[in-house]
Design a binder for this molecule. Sequence first.
Ligand SMILES: Cc1cc2nc3c(=O)[nH]c(=O)nc-3n(C[C@H](O)[C@H](O)[C@H](O)COP(=O)(O)OP(=O)(O)OC[C@H]3O[C@@H](n4cnc5c(N)ncnc54)[C@H](O)[C@@H]3O)c2cc1C
Ligand SMILES: NC(=O)c1ccc[n+]([C@@H]2O[C@H](COP(=O)([O-])OP(=O)(O)OC[C@H]3O[C@@H](n4cnc5c(N)ncnc54)[C@H](OP(=O)(O)O)[C@@H]3O)[C@@H](O)[C@H]2O)c1
Length: 465
Amino acid sequence: MPARARAQTSAVGSVVEVVQRIAIVGAGPSGFYAADQLLKAGFAVDLYDRLPTPFGLVRAGVAPDHPKIKSVTRIYEKTAAHDAFRFFGGVELGADITRDELLARYHAVVYAYGTARDNRLGIPGEELRGSHPATDFVGWYNGHPDYTDLEFDLDHERAVVIGNGNVALDVARMLVLATEELAPTDTADHAVAAFHGSGVSDVVLIGRRGPAQAAFTNPELRELGELSRADVVVEPFEAELAEDATPTARRNVEILQEYARRQPGDKTHKVILRFCLSPVEILGDETGRVSAVRVVHNRLETGADGRVRAVATDQQELIECGMVLRAVGYRGEPVPGVPFDADLGRIPNNGGRVTGPDGDPLRGEYAVGWIKRGPSGVIGTNKKDAADTVAKLLEDAEHDRLGVPGDGADADAIAAWLRERVPGVCTWEGWLNIDEHETAAGAPAGRPRVKVVRMEDLQRIAAGA
Ligand SMILES: Cc1cc2nc3c(=O)[nH]c(=O)nc-3n(C[C@H](O)[C@H](O)[C@H](O)COP(=O)(O)OP(=O)(O)OC[C@H]3O[C@@H](n4cnc5c(N)ncnc54)[C@H](O)[C@@H]3O)c2cc1C
Ligand SMILES: NC(=O)c1ccc[n+]([C@@H]2O[C@H](COP(=O)([O-])OP(=O)(O)OC[C@H]3O[C@@H](n4cnc5c(N)ncnc54)[C@H](OP(=O)(O)O)[C@@H]3O)[C@@H](O)[C@H]2O)c1
């Protein structure tokens, strides 16, 4: 389809045809789904990412032992093959370029930059050595350059994972994978080495509410019971399922009850799931390293809104451990210049149209994905989410409500501006160089890729060196 064009009056008064070009900031699933839909609607799309590598959490979040899920990138590669698509990697909005600079060059800007920070527990001891947000651990084992130099001390027997979502399951599983389960993955080499030397044999997962309220999805919970060297341990329990409990919650309870009925296993490692416990303090030893988590036992109470709440009792318990991973959800962080709702941790928006302080939509600014709706939902959720935002953008285009870029904002001028601003800007061809390098490095060992984990190496390889 030819690129969508619009008549615009130039600075010297002549009417020119201008290709309608959209900047999308963030090359994760939501950015790619939005790009695909906008390209199909006839727009030209420039997709920006702060990393030279695309795919967001598909590359840096999804667990390395889930290669099938990561293969969704094949769909994004098809989007990138479109003539009117360009990738500008290694360009950070708010650091290398500003919101105003984008608005001056594009008919619209779509924010798709995700929610990379961790939620806090707000309890004493959270900052002790050995207490980490799962966001850091996930970034580290997935070879995200920001997390490569972190250190995780695995020289102890027990790790505690706080939270009952799929990220908690991911990090628990990664801690107990057997060598042969880890070997065919694209886990970053520094993490493979650390996992090989790990002394962690028990992982205790703590949920503040009950089995029926866990946020796990069924296949992920079932997978936990099929690990080659780790038994899953659940105490027998009675679960009260609400009448309107979702099929996922009902199935989770069945899976957990099946785990509770299992005979004690004799595998070398254990994943122990415990419920109705809230951490109240993380304790350290004399060197300042995590030594235990103090938890309080909760009872469950259904509020007037129908939500089941955890209410602390006066029974407490100490769980000794050498590491705590806090997997209690992600959080957006503000990007300088872009509207941000600090309470909700995302960009204020109305169905994808970014809104200003008065709640009215801002001309030519949109949001998709986790930074639009918050950090929940699987990869596919972002497709419908992007479609909803793109529908709003198309409606605005029909009514001439998009932005009006200034003169000199054509494709070549934008590329020249970026090359000047970010000399190492990585194009799609640059990413293909990285991809080829990584997959070639992985092939001899039957791995999908060996990740390049340092920014300077990524930039060098992208440049063809
Ligand atoms: C640990 C983990 C594991 C997961 N595993 C699965 C799974 O197995 N299956 C599944 O279906 N879903 C999984 N999910 C959920 C899925 O990853 C998300 O639904 C999805 O990635 C959200 O997409 P997004 O595009 O909104 O954000 P992201 O994927 O986070 O992409 C945001 C992109 O924006 C870029 N960016 C950030 N700031 C800037 C900036 N200032 N300038 C330019 N670029 C910027 C980032 O580098 C990133 O590439 C997982 C999530 C997590 C956290
Ligand atoms: N394989 C996959 O498909 C996969 C893998 C990873 C992630 N994802 C998706 O990515 C999204 C994010 O996952 P997530 O695990 O980060 O978030 P999540 O699903 O929202 O789970 C967060 C967990 O943290 C708990 N929690 C929050 N605050 C807490 C506190 N102060 N103390 C104790 N517990 C607390 C929550 O308990 P309450 O319920 O009590 O609030 C919940 O159990 C989800 O949609 C998930 O399905 C998918």
